[in-house]
Design a protein around this ligand. Structure first.
Ligand code: SAH
Length: 215
């Protein structure tokens, strides 16, 4: 994927918001420079596309703050050969970033209109290593498990068991956990039958919801 449009704004975003806060993984910084965030948000917010905060994307959902996307991608420690499960496609922005960092991305969204828009945006960027599914992410994506990395873009009260089961040995899961106002970003690493969980920092994500909305 190459997009020269608004490249200067992305360069500034990367050094002032992301590298400045300590993200060091070169591949992550490169991916954040490459993905045109302005194509993932409503036209009315276009001027703010590279600003340091989340933005509304419709259906009561938001596109994540660029720094959070970069931080989570770095925390997944991707080298390029992984199969990654993403819960909460939303705009598809983080999906596009991950598509540049791993082999195959499996992304699940419960709101049909968002999923279809994300699918179209990624197709327009000629990203072809992403599988999309309309579904309830609480169940993960059983048929495609195990995954080397799992990332959640909406917060459950606890990490769903289905996801722990679908994590490969040595795999990393990064997720916001807890109720709004008291969420923590955690990273869980699977070592055989053991799961090591570390708290990273406090965050504010939309809550994970049950069921599927086909509008
Ligand atoms: N990283 C995304 C952020 C999207 S916001 C981006 O950059 O645009 C989180 C998304 O999670 C929302 O679209 C919401 O509909 C979705 N979501 C919430 N609960 C879900 C569930 N159980 N299964 C799948 N997606 C879910």
């Amino acid at each position: 994927m190459t997009c020269e449009e608004r490249k200067d704004e992305r360069d500034v975003m990367v050094w002032s918001q992301i590298a400045a806060r300590g993200v060091r993984d070169r591949r992550v910084l490169e991916a954040m420079r490459a993905v045109p965030r302005h194509l993932f948000i409503p036209q009315s917010y276009s001027a703010e596309a590279y600003d340091d905060y989340p933005l509304p994307i419709g259906s009561g959902q938001t596109i994540s703050q660029p720094y959070i996307v970069a931080f989570m991608a770095e925390a997944l420690a991707l080298k390029g050969s992984e199969r990654v499960l993403e819960i909460g496609t939303g705009s598809g922005y983080q999906t596009a970033v991950l598509s540049l960092l791993a082999q195959e991305i499996y992304t699940v969204e419960r709101i049909a209109v968002l999923l279809e828009r994300a699918r179209a945006t990624l197709a327009s960027l000629k990203i072809d290593n992403v599988e999309f599914r309309l579904g309830d992410g609480f169940y993960g994506w059983e048929e495609e498990a195990p995954f080397d990395a799992i990332v959640l873009s909406a917060a459950p009260s606890d990490i769903p068991n289905a996801m722990l089961r679908q994590l490969a040995d040595g795999g990393r899961l990064v997720a916001p956990v807890g109720p709004l106002g008291a969420q923590t970003l955690v990273r869980t690493t699977r070592r055989g039958a053991h799961f090591d969980t570390e708290a990273l920092f406090d965050v504010a994500f939309v809550p994970m919801r049950h069921g599927v909305s086909d509008i």
